[in-house]
Design a protein around this ligand. Structure first.
Ligand SMILES: Cc1cc2nc3c(=O)[nH]c(=O)nc-3n(C[C@H](O)[C@H](O)[C@H](O)COP(=O)(O)OP(=O)(O)OC[C@H]3O[C@@H](n4cnc5c(N)ncnc54)[C@H](O)[C@@H]3O)c2cc1C
Length: 461
């Protein structure tokens, strides 16, 4: 029996531990902070536990739904309400039939663009690319800057908290990048991907999923199964060092004065890029340099609880996104109690609403007190929805320093170099949001794949 040590108990590390725990090997999961879950977290606001980190999982990919099935947890889905775009001083319905804001037919953008901007989009230029470019530059050249500023930016901002003109087209919107590689018009590619080839009577599958109790309750479910399977889960156990041992590896935790050294036959580093870079600095300097180059966006989520009896203004919509070009103090708002029926049922007297603040490079915006951030959110909610927005009964600010890795142009090449360098360390694997996708399903897939590689290696002796 070998010992597998997994470092970092965000969803990537938890998924890796679950995969490894199905083997006969000993599994130890080490988390530096006081709680498991990483960016999946609950907080109690006005007596109700709500998500203050990730709150929704893409259901078009199998990993999150498969994980729920493994845990014997039923998925729930958002209510059939749509989101809006707050732009030009008005809330507009989010244009339908786009891929990350690029329309099949530019006429669909009439409510959010000027006539001249729609005309420019109609007058699409064919862009042919051989290498990765930023998604913003690609879309701007094809259909004009307004599509980037009003649509692509807020939609990408919701996922990466980043800037369209810096993020890799190849990773963030591979379908559009592939179209440009083929020399195809972007709108044509969108048309093909959004038109149903075989009309069917069956209702459309939900695009997103969650679970009763919130996405932040997922780590707790995973830990219960891990503990049942005999996995050791330790919090407050920051790994400071990874070193070679005569056979395998050692990881060092604890204070410098009283270190604790744990031997391992295999190690999965499921930590954010910078933490992983530090642990690999002397063992794999090329990997460490590549990981150290990955920028992160920081952000804050402000969650408000309102009296339900005063909150009809939040009915009928899941919230809105805000193009950064509009210069507002928030980048999005989610009407959580409208979006998630389980939450409305769990706290029938309250309505929860959250706003997100901050994008990559805008850390200064976050250097304000909690009270100032909460006041900014309220001011912007009133500006968007009117004075009908009531006074909250509670507000909570959750800051996320180093929230989301930025997949800059060339990300795929950078990660290929990192992976090749890590492959030189037998039994060491890396997983997490910095590699193949920031969304929860991608992270679950990344953790599971890393654990599978470890198990394959151990099986081969
Ligand atoms: C506010 C916010 C909202 C989001 N919303 C969504 C959403 O709705 N849907 C979605 O799909 N995605 C969402 N995301 C993205 C997604 O939640 C994250 O990309 C994902 O959870 C990252 O998981 P991870 O395990 O790779 O990393 P993390 O969650 O960052 O976990 C890494 C863990 O490693 C630990 N660690 C670090 N260094 C050490 C060390 N040296 N020793 C031991 N432990 C260490 C950390 O404490 C942390 O717990 C959101 C992200 C944020 C910040």
């Amino acid at each position: 029996m070998a010992r597998i040590v997994i470092v970092g108990a965000g969803i990537s590390g938890l998924a890796a531990a679950l995969e490894a725990s199905a083997s006969q090997h000993e599994v130890v999961l080490l988390e530096g902070s006081p709680q498991v879950g990483g960016k999946l977290r609950l907080a109690t606001i006005a007596g109700q536990q709500v998500d203050v980190g990730a709150e929704s999982m893409l259901a078009r990919r199998p990993e999150a739904l498969d994980l729920l099935a493994d845990l014997d947890v039923q998925p729930v889905h958002p209510a059939a309400v749509s989101a809006s775009l707050w732009t030009g001083g008005a809330l507009q319905p989010m244009p339908r039939g786009t891929v990350m804001g690029v329309p099949a037919d530019p006429a669909a953008l009439r409510q959010v663009l000027t006539e001249a901007e729609v005309e420019r989009a109609h007058d699409e230029r064919k862009v042919v690319v051989a290498e990765d470019v930023s998604i913003g530059d690609l879309v701007e050249e094809a259909v004009g800057p307004a599509v980037v500023d009003r649509l692509v930016e807020p939609l990408l901002g919701g996922v990466y908290a980043g800037h369209a003109r810096r993020l890799s087209a190849a990773v963030t919107v591979p379908a559009l990048f592939a179209a440009a590689q083929r020399g195809e018009l972007l709108t044509e590619a969108v048309r093909r991907s959004t038109v149903r080839t075989a009309p069917t009577e069956a209702p459309a599958e939900p695009v997103f999923a969650g679970l009763r109790g919130g996405v932040g309750s997922l780590p707790g479910h995973v830990v219960r199964l891990l503990v049942d399977r005999g996995v050791t889960v330790r919090t407050g156990a920051t790994v400071r060092e990874l070193s070679r041992a005569s056979a395998g590896w050692t990881v060092t935790i604890g204070e410098t004065r009283s270190p604790e050294v744990i031997g391992a036959d295999a190690v999965v580093l499921a930590t954010p890029a910078r933490a992983t870079a530090r642990l690999l600095a002397s063992l794999a300097p090329v990997a460490a340099a590549g990981l150290g180059d990955i920028d992160y966006a920081s952000m804050a989520i402000v969650t408000y609880a309102f009296k339900r009896s005063e909150s009809s203004v939040f009915a009928g919509s899941s919230g809105f996104l805000v193009p950064p070009a509009d210069g507002r103090g928030i980048k999005a708002s989610t009407f959580s109690s409208t979006k998630w029926p389980w939450l409305a049922e769990a706290a029938p007297a309250l309505t929860f609403v959250r706003v997100s603040i901050g994008r990559q490079g805008e850390e200064a915006d976050l250097q304000r007190s909690d009270a100032e951030l909460a006041a900014t959110g309220m001011r912007e909610l009133r500006a968007a929805l009117g004075a009908v927005v009531p006074r909250p009964v509670a507000a909570q600010v959750q800051r996320w320093g180093g929230a989301l890795p930025q997949y800059a142009v060339g990300h795929l090449d950078r990660i290929a170099v990192v992976r090749a360098a890590v492959a030189e360390l037998p039994g060491v694997e890396v997983a997490g949001a910095a590699y193949d996708g920031v969304g929860i399903p991608a992270c679950i897939g990344s953790g599971r794949a890393a654990a599978e590689r470890v198990l394959t290696r151990l099986a081969a002796g």
